[in-house]
Structure formats: C-alpha cells, structure tokens
Design a protein around this ligand. Structure first.
Ligand code: 5GP
Length: 181
C-alpha cells in the first residue's frame, strides 16, 4: 500500500510504478467525492452516494474506509480478495487512517509512505493541479500536517523530490518485496 498526504504525487508515482512492473494490479477505491472532470466511474474510483457508501460499510463490504476532507473513501473487499486469492500483487493508494487499518488487518502488506521534500512543495502542487477549490486546498493542507507526522509508522519512506529518483526507489522496494514473497 502506498500512503502519504494529498498532493504528494502518489497517483503519478503509482502510474509509473505499474508501467515498470505491469504485474501489479491497482485496486479501484470507492468514494463519495464527486468525480473530477475526466474521472470515469469504475476506473478512477467507484463513485457512490453517501447512503450507498454507508450501507456498504454496514454490510461489511470494506476492508478499510476513512473520512477525508469531507468525503468518504474506502477499499472494497471485492477489489482485494479475488486478487489476493490469485496471489496477484495489489496496489492500494490510500490516506493515512486507511493505511493504519490495512496495516492492522494485513500485517504482511508492504507499507510505503510518500513524503514531499517540503511542506511548501505540497502547497504548490495542490494549488497547481487546479482540481480543488481554495477551501479544499486549505483543508487538505491541514490534514497533510497530521499525515506527515505519521511517517515514522511506515516501513518504507520515499521522498518525492525528483520523480525519476522516487520511481526508482519505489520500484526497488516493490521488486525486493516481490522477490521475497
Ligand atoms: P482524492 O480526492 O485526491 O482523489 O483523494 C483524497 C485522499 O484519499 C488521497 O490521499 C487518496 O490517496 C485517498 N484515498 C483514495 N482511495 C482511498 C481508499 O480506498 N481508502 C482510503 N482510506 N483513502 C483513499
């Protein structure tokens, strides 16, 4: 699982990681956040209404879920279990509260925390990507401060300063873990 604050570049890093190790399969999360332009249902996320999300929480359909910046996000058991049965390596991209739940439930999961080179870089990236309103950026940065404090809890930390170097570190970690599995 790959965790770290919003705006740190988890999505970009994961795309590059899967390009380099195509056997990896990305779990598609569920969220109550509305789709951003270009995000397709079932591809970017499974977009659910709040009631449907909560009903599926009650039904035990989630391995983990968390409230983040006013919306809910979670990993569906269905996304994970069939792949784990097949022995396929699954990648989860999740925020820190969810990562803690996965760590408790799946202690063998490889844990990678992606950190920014500085707090300022996060702010610049969150504003620069232009997907969030000023208020949302403010909330995400507030949450990021707490998330950054959780960094020492995770086995591997990759600093996303220069993209190619960060991808290289991530690939090395995953290749090492896959060889050991
Ligand atoms: P965004 O709204 O930017 O797509 O995602 C907000 C945060 O939710 C990001 O940190 C992202 O990694 C996280 N996230 C995405 N999917 C999941 C999930 O299934 N579970 C949890 N706990 N967090 C998720």
């Amino acid at each position: 699982m790959i965790t770290g604050p919003s705006g740190v570049g988890k999505g970009t890093l994961i795309r590059s990681l899967i390009d380099r190790i195509p056997a990896l399969e990305l779990s598609v999360s569920a969220t109550t956040r509305p789709p951003r332009p270009g995000e397709r249902d079932g591809v970017a996320y499974h977009f659910l209404g709040r009631d449907e999300f909560d009903a599926r929480v009650a039904a035990g359909d989630f391995v983990e879920w968390a409230e983040y910046s006013g919306n809910r996000y979670g990993t569906l058991r269905a996304e994970l279990e069939e792949r784990l049965r097949r022995g396929a390596p699954v990648v989860l991209e999740i925020e820190v509260q969810g990562a803690r739940q996965v760590r408790d439930q799946l202690p063998d999961a490889v844990q990678v925390f992606i950190a920014p080179p500085s707090g300022e870089t996060l702010r610049t990236r969150l504003i620069g990507r232009g997907t969030d309103t000023q208020e949302q950026v403010r909330r995400r940065l507030e949450t990021a401060a707490e998330e950054l404090a959780a960094q020492p809890e995770f086995t591997h930390v990759v600093i996303n300063d220069r993209l190619e170097e960060a991808v290289g570190s991530l690939v090395a970690i995953v290749e090492h873990e896959l060889a050991a599995a």
